[in-house]
Design a binder for this molecule. Structure first.
Ligand code: ZN
Length: 227
């Protein structure tokens, strides 16, 4: 009886885990710039991919140094085992230079193309205007299908106070090293500017304390379909 109980608990845990939820399905992560996804949610993306999800890292724009940053984004995605998609491809573009309706159209297009089970995007608590533009463009995409919609922690490159309150946490203990490695692929943004990346590991450690694991990433659930 005891054995059956523990087996049932194991099955229940497996069914309720985030990786099990998206195994065999597509998860679309959308970030404004190269490095946002690695910083915000790199550990989660690597974990989902390792557990059988098809994870697409969609970078909306590369504002400058196109070739260098494309190469860094390609390497970051390779380290996390994910597919890379550049939304505004072909050369340096700024998100704020296109109309809102055009941006919504681009996001709609990528949702229609990949038919994701989940979309992960910037948070409304972010203070970078490009990040907020992407968040706002993802909200209307909910009309296209019943995918889960989740926000990740603001992706600041310097430590600043942020009013982000996660409502869900992902244990990324097994993938924190991949996350840190993927962040370091963006050498032009960190070492090249004298910025330290170690704060992301420390932050994941603090998030991990919230759920009793060494490392975690926090998410804000905007919409989740519970069957
Ligand atoms: Zn950014």
């Amino acid at each position: 009886m005891l054995r059956e109980d523990s087996l049932a608990a194991e099955v229940r845990t497996a069914r309720e885990s985030l990786p099990a939820r998206y195994a065999g399905r597509t998860v679309l992560a959308i970030g404004a710039h190269p490095d946002d996804l690695e910083i915000g949610i790199g550990g989660t993306l690597a974990k989902l991919q390792k557990n059988g999800a098809n994870v697409v890292m969609c970078v909306a724009s590369i504002p400058k140094d196109y070739e260098v940053r494309l190469e860094e984004a390609t390497e970051g995605a390779r380290i996390l085992g994910c597919e890379l998609k550049i939304l505004m491809e072909g050369g340096p573009r700024r998100i704020e230079d296109i109309k809102t309706c055009e941006l919504v159209g681009l996001v709609d297009g990528v949702i229609r193309e990949y038919q994701p089970a989940a979309v992960l995007t910037h948070s409304k608590s972010d203070f970078h205007n490009d990040h907020l533009l992407i968040y706002n463009a993802c909200l209307p995409a909910q009309r296209l299908g019943f995918f889960d919609l989740l926000s990740y922690h603001p992706t600041n490159c310097r430590p600043v106070p942020i009013a982000f309150h996660p409502t869900a946490y992902v244990d990324v203990t097994d993938t924190i090293d991949a996350k840190m490695h993927a962040i370091s692929a963006h050498a032009s943004q960190f070492g090249g500017r004298g910025l330290d990346t170690e704060m992301y590991r420390e932050f994941a450690h603090v998030q991990g304390r919230m759920i009793g694991v060494p490392y975690a990433e926090g998410l804000d659930v905007i919409r989740m379909v519970l069957a």
